[in-house]
Each structure stands twice: as structure tokens, then as C-alpha cells.
Ligand binder design. Structure first.
Ligand SMILES: *[C@@H]1O[C@H](CO)[C@@H](O)[C@H](O)[C@H]1NC(C)=O
Ligand SMILES: *[C@@H]1O[C@H](CO)[C@@H](O)[C@H](O)[C@H]1NC(C)=O
Ligand SMILES: *[C@@H]1O[C@H](CO)[C@@H](O)[C@H](O)[C@H]1NC(C)=O
Length: 183
């Protein structure tokens, strides 16, 4: 039988769990590659999957070795009206050498990609040239902090050389954030 102490612990675990469950829905809107096709040709698009869900599908043809001679950084902005006026949001991935990222912080994100893509596993770096695929990936709200303002979100992903501020490759991923059940 559960002692009152054990039950108290269980309730605490349940309430902590519910704090961390996302209180919003997310959905892919658009993917854009601005440049860097000579290093990685990305043919990803967001397509309607069914009446309520859109997915990210396609492939990434990586043509160079990705290692610590490159850095990745991600900035976030959102538009509450869904127009072109974006506000920077203080959630980001600071510029990090690619293998340092793949060997560490990637463990927080990889679980949301592993079922629908063949992206490198945590620790699989340098990343050799290869064709990666995204097989109808559904964006998962649990990948994000437990609260995000509703609206259209834009993730700006830059690949740079250490010491150089001009991205060699620049991508933007757009997704919508709305109250649960709106989509
Ligand atoms: C759309 O697909 C998702 C993911 O498979 C599923 O959870 C959802 O129920 C589907 N919605 C409709 C309206 O079929
Ligand atoms: C990936 O698939 C496994 C096995 O089916 C499942 O347990 C896990 O929850 C899935 N991960 C995500 C993020 O959907
Ligand atoms: C790649 O595109 C971004 C965004 O338009 C731009 O800031 C950057 O200068 C471009 N990089 C190169 C090498 O042209």
C-alpha cells in the first residue's frame, strides 16, 4: 500500500509533470533556405498532411563534412498578428561549434527528430556528407519551453565560420503557436 509520504511524492511528480506539458499547439508553416546550397542543398517543404496538421518533408543533401570548423546559432522571433512585424524573443541557441552542439545540447532535441528523420545521433560528429531525410515530421510542442506567445514564429538558423559574422548558410523555419485545439 502507498504510504501518505509516497502518495505525496507521487502527487508532486504529477504536478511537476503537468507544469512541463506544453499549454499550446504548434504547427510548421514554411521552410526557407536563403543560401549555402553549395554546402548543403536542402529540399524541405511544409505540406498539409491532413485537415488539421502540416508536416515537414523532403531531404538535405549535405555536401561537406560538418565539424568544429563550423558554428551553428539559432535566433527566434514572433509576430503576434502573423504579419511581417517580428519581435525578437529571448530564446536562442548561442553560436556553438557544430560537434560541440551535436555531442551535447542536441540530446534535448534529438528525441523529437529521431522518429521522422535520419539526422545524426547525439555524439555522431563530425557529420560526413550524406543525404538526410525528413519523413512527414510533425512539430512537437514539448520541444519548446512551457510557455510561448501565440502567433507566427520564425527560427533563424545561421551556419558561420568561427570569427566570421556573415552566415555561409542561412535558413528560416516558420511555425504557428496557438491555444490547444485551435488548428
Ligand atoms: C491528422 O494526423 C495526425 C497525425 O497522424 C493525427 O493525430 C490527427 O488525428 C489527424 N487529424 C485528422 C483530422 O485526421
Ligand atoms: C518515437 O518512437 C518511440 C517508439 O515508438 C516512442 O516511444 C517515442 O515517444 C517517439 N518519440 C516522439 C517524440 O514521438
Ligand atoms: C546568406 O544569407 C543571409 C541572409 O540573407 C545573409 O545575411 C548572408 O550575408 C548570406 N551569406 C553570404 C555568404 O552571402
Amino acid at each position: 500500500m502507498l504510504s501518505p509520504g509516497a502518495l505525496g511524492g507521487l502527487l508532486l511528480a504529477v504536478s511537476i509533470g503537468s507544469i512541463w506539458a506544453a499549454s499550446f499547439d504548434v504547427m510548421f508553416e514554411k521552410f526557407e533556405q536563403h543560401n549555402g546550397t553549395e554546402m548543403a542543398n536542402i529540399k524541405l517543404r511544409v505540406r498539409k498532411y491532413n485537415r488539421t496538421i502540416s508536416v515537414l518533408a523532403g531531404n538535405v543533401d549535405l555536401k561537406v563534412v560538418a565539424d568544429n570548423t563550423l558554428e551553428v546559432g539559432i535566433r527566434c522571433a514572433y509576430s503576434s498578428k502573423g504579419n511581417s512585424q517580428f519581435n525578437e524573443y529571448p530564446m536562442k541557441i548561442a553560436r556553438t561549434k557544430i560537434c560541440d552542439f551535436v555531442n551535447n545540447d542536441w540530446r534535448d532535441y534529438y528525441p523529437y527528430f529521431e522518429n521522422s528523420s535520419n539526422l545524426p545521433k547525439v555524439g555522431e560528429c563530425p557529420v560526413e556528407p550524406k543525404e538526410f531525410y525528413f519523413n512527414d515530421m510533425v512539430l512537437d510542442a514539448n520541444m519548446f519551453p512551457p510557455y510561448l506567445p501565440h502567433g507566427l514564429w520564425r527560427l533563424s538558423i545561421s551556419i558561420t565560420s568561427p570569427g566570421d559574422d556573415i552566415p555561409m548558410m542561412f535558413y528560416q523555419v516558420y511555425f504557428k503557436v496557438a491555444a490547444v485545439g485551435i488548428f
